[in-house]
Design a protein around this ligand. Structure first.
Ligand code: AMP
Length: 146
């Protein structure tokens, strides 16, 4: 049974669990796939946000999307990396989460995503919410002495 205390916890704004934008690796619209692959490989992240020049969230880019885009019939066509733009291969169909949304929304969405991109009301990228951080917070809450 969910108590009033649980409800209050589930209603905490997700803003307080964010990895803030300045700490998040990203690529920009117009960057080529070679640059994106370099960033993804160097950071070791499976996917990173794609932002525009105004720091607005445009999509997500993962290594798999890049490999898929340069997959030829018989080989991987690495020479195409420099001509491909991240805009053409990124995933734009991603959940939009706002800084004012509640912990519960994050929890529900993180079942199917390892992290979520979070934006301000005007679409400016605010940071990410990771499954790891949310699970840690959830664990802290569940195990706290009452
Ligand atoms: P983690 O919870 O650290 O395993 O992160 C899960 C995923 O979230 C990573 O594979 C990345 O796609 C993304 N991520 C986590 N931290 C960052 C960061 N600082 N910059 C960019 N992406 C990140």
């Amino acid at each position: 049974m969910i108590t009033t205390e649980d409800k209050l916890f589930l209603e905490t704004p997700i803003e307080q669990y964010l990895i803030s934008a300045e700490k998040v690796a990203h690529v920009q619209i117009g960057n080529n796939a070679e640059h994106a692959l370099l960033v993804l490989t160097k950071t070791g992240y499976s996917a990173i946000p794609v932002l525009d020049a105004q720091f607005k969230l445009q999509g997500l880019l993962g290594i798999g999307m890049i490999t898929d885009a340069i997959l030829g019939l018989e080989r991987i066509e690495y020479e195409r990396l420099s001509d491909l733009k991240v805009d053409d291969i990124m995933n734009v169909d991603i959940p939009r989460v706002y800084t004012t949304d509640r912990f519960q929304k994050g929890l529900d969405l993180l079942v199917n995503h390892t992290f979520l991109c979070v934006v301000e009301e005007d679409g400016t990228f605010a940071g990410i919410l990771t499954r790891r951080v949310m699970l840690k917070e959830f664990k802290k809450y569940i195990y706290q002495p009452r």
